[in-house]
Design a protein around this ligand. Structure first.
Ligand SMILES: Nc1ncnc2c1ncn2[C@@H]1O[C@H](COP(=O)(O)OP(=O)(O)OP(=O)(O)O)[C@@H](O)[C@H]1O
Length: 852
């Protein structure tokens, strides 16, 4: 590893002018001086690191008043100071010391409380104390659930890390993989989204995370939830287990299963606001209104018209709604800028919208939940959740886009009548203080007539409205918590009219889904019946014993049924244990534009959720579900019994193409599963199950293949690294090349040099990333790796590699000549051959030699 720090930056600052001065005897002396000073600076850094490390053990959160009370490197402290961060927040005070000591951390603190610095500072320090350099590759990985959040974190890192010499990269998709590929394996800190990172792990030939020191999961509960689980499992497999792991979120996961996946080592749970009365920021004012679905759009319009001097963030359930509502608001011109942010937008537009909204003082941004977590948009006055959030956690994150870091803000939740009971219970259980307010209908400004005429004159708008209509219903249908989200409770005709549609679109997907569900049930039932039949045939000899056993089974079924129910309950009431000290909702009077306490009944609930009837319905559902489950359990248990009685139902032996029995360990689980499934198939061929099995097999085959390829790549990489290290020990040439990599962010220009982290393109400048005209060095370095992802075929890769290494050698020579005065000088002094002849004679001889 190379010595790091400012000294090197200073060296490069004056590197070019010195080039000419290294000639002759004086030049040699200068060069020696330079080496000495570098050696000295390396010693200074070493002693700084030793001194910092000695202080780690003594860090006490209660003693920390300012950032300089932490044992932090000068580079980090200066970076923080320049970014105007002087006093740490509570979560920073509590967690930074522990992270410096090397603990794995589960950090939880309210939204807007400064969790980003709580993990970025330890990341910088971790690499600094290890004197990390570009030759060491990837040292820190920060994973975010959305591109916007990754981008934002990257910006903060650039600010506070500008005095460090690490390279940092934003790997978030939305641009050509090749652009990133060329640089990724020289990046020390990667901030990424899971999908894109995995794509690099799979497809980028020379990308490795083998030497990773620290892993951060921002919004950890989201990253670890089902939506990302496949990607995350694959990513974690590629990370070395010996690393530090930091998990942060306002709604931290404590799921043992999640944490086990990350192989945390004695993690410290740091919860800055665990004993706080509320789980949302104290300066956040929270209200909710109950509003019919068909009144929502008019309500929103009225709200916006009444808040033209505010910055408002509106959350909607689907991309299609965001598109439609943004479009109609844009056309109707409420008198304030309206923007839209959703996942179906292209990356540049997404970043542009995000930046625009950040800059604006008054604007309305319609967004899906991609804007729900982590975004630190300055001065948002209102967060309107026009569509109900999936659960209380999503509510907390959405509402947390306002009232950040000591600032105030207001959040308004809009619920349709059928959502009120279930949602408010969840919020109360999560210690969220929310008041019910009522809307003054006199102040509601209906835009239905305008929408009708707009839609009539523009078929594309009509299409958008239809999509928005279906998008909303689909999102409700897909919600797992049916207590809150019941698509059948919605008046779809009125909803459709409220969007300006003359005829409600046909809701085919509902019927289709219901039909599919019924088919699945029927299939399940049929295969169970076959199983029973087979079991009965095979077990006829068991006689009366069976009766006894079935009695026992029904007991165990009852137990199992109980367990299932219990699990369901505990799932749905994840937060119920936290329900003490809940502030009950009271009717409030905050919403200044349209509140009217006297008119309580004007927005009456259309179909109040009647707890009795609801529970009856639910119980009914549950009963039929339970009975099905009982039946299933019973037959399964019966089959098990047969096994116990040593009635061998089926044995499957799988053979490979050479006729050998398959003993592959990785396949064992499927084979086992196959066996189980075979048992179920006794009565005939189950096509669906067979297809599933094939898919499963296919997946495993692919995985094995991927593993093999990866293993091969890993070995090759290791080999190359060893070679490189050996070479760098041997001579100065390689050392200069490595140092040049660090110089990538340092063009010699003072401003650019100040920001060595920014050499990886941000989405804004990604298009310019290929433009290296100002600096020859990066273009050469890029050329060295650019071929690495040009082919997926292994043979081609090997060829590429050979070419690369040749090119690399040539390039490094070129660079030595052009850009490194120091090594150039050295090369010259070592290789200059004094023939004792005049220059003219030397040239003649050379010419003759060439001609011969
Ligand atoms: N020590 C500090 N001093 C001053 N401002 C700070 C400090 N730490 C963080 N901030 C500011 O507080 C705001 C919120 O910080 P940050 O985005 O890290 O919050 P968070 O806890 O990650 O929020 P969320 O849970 O929503 O992701 C930012 O604008 C940040 O600049």
């Amino acid at each position: 590893m190379n010595p790091k720090g400012n000294t090197r930056a200073r060296y490069y600052e004056t590197n070019k002018p010195r080039k000419d001065k290294f000639k002759g005897h004086k030049g040699k002396i200068r060069k020696q001086e330079l080496f000495k000073s570098r050696l000295k600076s390396s010693q200074v850094i070493d002693s700084e690191i030793t001194e910092l490390q000695l202080r780690y053990a003594k860090v006490q959160a209660k003693d920390i008043k300012t950032f300089s009370d932490f044992p932090l490197s000068k580079n980090t402290l200066d970076g923080l100071q320049k970014a105007k961060f002087t006093t740490p927040t509570e979560i920073q005070r509590e967690s930074i010391g522990l992270a410096l000591q090397g603990h794995d951390i589960l950090g939880a603190a309210k939204t807007g409380s400064g969790k980003t610095l709580a993990f970025l500072i330890p990341v910088l320090e971790c690499l600094y104390r290890q004197k990390w350099s570009s030759i060491d590759g990837l040292g820190a990985l920060i994973i975010s659930p959305t591109r916007e959040l990754a981008y934002q974190t990257f910006e903060v890192l650039k600010k506070i890390g500008k005095l460090h010499d690490f390279s940092a990269g934003l790997v978030i998709g939305g641009k050509l993989l090749k652009e990133e590929t060329a640089r990724i394996n020289r990046t020390n800190i990667i901030i990424c989204t899971p999908g894109r990172l995995l794509q690099h792990m799979d497809e980028t030939f020379n990308f490795t995370a083998d030497s990773l020191q620290i892993l951060v999961l921002d919004e950890a509960d989201r990253i670890l939830d089902l939506g990302f689980s496949r990607d995350m499992n694959a990513i974690i497999e590629n990370l070395p287990p010996e690393r530090q792991t930091l998990l942060f979120s306002a709604t931290q996961t404590k799921s043992v299963k999640d944490l086990a996946r990350l192989s945390l080592k004695n993690p410290m749970f740091v919860s800055a606001h665990e004993n706080a009365e509320h789980s949302t920021p104290t300066q956040l004012e929270q209200n909710y209104v109950v509003c019919e679905l068909h009144d929502k759009i008019s309500m929103l319009w009225s709200f916006v018209k009444n808040h033209l001097k505010s910055k408002v963030l509106v959350f909607l359930a689907s991309c299609k709604q965001v598109k439609f509502i943004h479009e109609i608001f844009r056309r109707l011109r409420p008198g304030v800028t309206v923007l839209a942010l959703h996942g179906a937008m292209n990356q540049l537009k997404r970043v542009d919208t995000y930046n625009q909204f950040c800059r604006k003082q008054n604007a309305v941004l319609f967004a899906t939940d991609i804007a729900a977590r982590g975004l630190d948009i300055p001065e948002v006055n209102w967060v309107i959740q026009l569509d109900c959030p999936e659960n209380a956690n999503t509510y907390i994150h959405r509402a947390g886009r306002t009232a950040r870091y000591q600032k105030g803000g207001e959040a308004l939740l809009v619920l349709v009548p059928s959502e009120e009971k279930g949602m408010i219970e969840q919020l109360e259980a999560k210690k969220i203080p929310i008041n019910k307010i009522r809307i003054n209908p006199k102040k509601l400004w209906s835009i239905q007539a305008k929408l009708e005429s707009l839609l009539a004159s523009d078929p594309s708008l009509k299409e958008m409205a239809q999509r928005a209509f279906l998008g909303y219903l689909r999102s409700i249908f897909l919600m797992s918590n049916k207590k809150v989200f019941d698509v059948h409770q919605l008046d779809t005709e009125k909803f459709s009219s409220s969007l300006g549609l003359a005829i409600p679109p046909r809701i085919r997907f509902l019927k289709r889904e219901e039909k599919r569900q019924a088919e699945r049930e029927a299939q399940k039932k049929a295969s169970l019946e076959r199983l029973t039949q087979a079991a009965e045939e095979a077990g006829s000899s068991l006689g009366s014993e069976e009766e006894n056993s079935s009695e026992q089974e029904s007991e165990s079924e009852a137990e199992q049924g109980h367990t299932v129910k219990h699990t369901e309950e505990s799932d749905s009431s994840e937060s119920e244990s936290e329900s003490e000290n809940v502030r009950t909702s009271e009717s409030g009077d905050r919403l200044d534009f349209n509140l009217d306490d006297d008119n309580d009944d004007l927005f009456t609930v259309k179909r109040t959720v009647l707890p009795d009837s609801e529970s009856e319905e639910e119980d009914g559902d549950k009963l039929s579900k339970d009975s099905k489950e009982k039946k299933a359990q019973s037959k399964y248990a019966l089959a098990k019994k047969l096994q116990k009685k040593k009635v061998k139902v089926n044995t499957k032996v799988t053979f490979d193409e050479e006729g050998e029995a398959v003993t592959d360990v990785m396949k064992k689980s499927t084979v086992d599963k196959d066996e189980e499934e075979e048992e179920e198939e006794v009565g005939g061929i189950d096509i669906a199950a067979a297809r599933e099995r094939m898919l499963e097999e296919d997946k495993i085959d692919k995985q094995i293949y991927r593993e093999r390829v990866k293993q091969k790549h890993r070995e090759e990489r290791l080999k190359r690294r060893e070679e490189r290290k050996a070479r760098s020990k041997r001579g100065q040439v390689e050392e200069v090349e490595d140092e040049m990599l660090v110089q990538l962010g340092d063009s010699g220009d003072e401003d650019e040099r100040e920001d060595p982290l920014s050499f990886i393109p941000t989405p804004e400048n990604s298009d310019e990333s290929g433009d290296d005209s100002e600096d020859d060095v990066p273009s050469k370095k890029r050329r060295m790796v650019v071929n690495s992802d040009s082919s997926s075929e292994e043979e081609e890769e090997e060829e590429d590699e050979e070419e690369n290494s040749k090119e690399e050698d040539e390039d490094s020579e070129e660079e030595d000549e052009e850009d490194s005065g120091e090594s150039n000088e050295e090369e010259e002094s070592e290789d200059d051959m004094d023939t004792g002849l005049t220059l003219q004679d030397d040239e003649d001889i050379a010419l003759r030699l060439l001609q011969s």
